[in-house]
Write a protein that binds this ligand. Structure first.
Ligand code: IPD
Ligand code: CA
Length: 273
């Protein structure tokens, strides 16, 4: 893998994210604001015409510039491609927030090197805060060009920890039971509603840690490399790597303690880890 192949893709990812932001902002500014909302896996799992339009924009840009690359997006799935790189995109992470105008939603773009099965760079654009987070493997993590790093907090009891909930009622019941046991053991809990931003907030020190079960690759892949490049740690629960079962991201210092607790609470409450 050539370093400049990654650099070219990171630069392109930044440009696609900015184009996506323009499209999103154009759809929510002015008197013409109107969203068409459908539901997916449950009545709580929503998607809008803007999510779909943004994904089409991202895919068209990537296809034109990198015709061989594979592209996987949340709304339209696998767009094919048999090159050594794969793009994993979430056009709007935090769709519920986007619909309500709650200011926490983002465009998330990760690039993977398939020969190494590893993410090589990622961009998360926080649309309402107009902040662009990015990282490339071995090059550090940045927000708007400024280097970021995780907190130094080493006590879980003094840590600010975020989590998130899935869209199925049964899954939420177990996730809620876990949180109720975790809450007295940490400084406080946050649930902002966009996994990619939870991860970026760990990366830049706005949170000490984050965990969530049931994430999809487009939710966490870009944010995960940003946490790692900011000096943090990302893992699964029982599994070494993050995935559908569990994603845990921390400043590193509280990682083992949080992971151990999350795994044992998940087992007690019948949640995946
Ligand atoms: C969701 C958000 C949310 C998380 C859910 C995700 P979406 O993504 O990241 O914070 O709790 O698990 O599915 O549906 O808004 O793209
Ligand atoms: Ca989404």
């Amino acid at each position: 893998m050539q370093e400049n192949e990654v650099a070219t893709r990171l630069e392109a990812a930044r440009a696609y994210a900015r184009q996506a932001q323009e499209l999103i902002v154009s759809r929510i500014s002015g008197p013409a604001r109107s969203l068409s909302v459908d539901t997916k896996t449950s009545i709580t799992d929503m998607v809008t015409d803007v999510d779909r339009a943004v994904e089409k924009l991202l895919v068209a840009g990537i296809r034109e510039d990198f015709p061989q690359d594979r592209i996987v997006g949340e709304e339209f799935g696998d767009d094919g491609g048999d090159g050594p790189f794969a793009w994993v995109v979430d056009p709007i992470d935090g769709t519920t927030n986007f619909i309500y105008g709650f200011p926490a939603y983002a465009v998330s773009i990760a690039v993977r090197d398939l020969s190494q099965d590893a993410t090589v760079c990622g961009v998360v654009l926080d649309v309402p805060r107009d902040r662009l987070y990015e990282a490339a493997r071995g090059m550090g993590a940045f927000v708007d060009g400024r280097r970021i790093s995780v907190t130094g907090q080493s006590r879980l009891s003094e840590s600010l920890v975020a989590t998130g909930f899935g869209y199925a009622a049964e899954v939420r019941r177990a996730q809620g039971a876990m949180v109720s046991e975790l809450l007295p053991l940490v400084r406080d809990i946050r649930r902002a509603g966009a996994a990619s931003l939870d991860l970026c907030m760990v990366a830049c020190g706005e949170l000490d840690g984050y965990y969530e079960s049931g994430l999809w690759p487009w939710d966490f892949m870009a944010g995960a490399i940003i946490v790692e490049e900011a000096g943090g740690k990302v893992s699964g629960g029982l599994e070494p790597t993050p995935g559908a079962a569990m994603t845990i991201a921390t400043n590193g210092a509280i990682h083992d303690e949080l992971r151990h607790l999350v795994v044992s609470l998940a087992a007690r409450h019948g949640s995946k880890s």
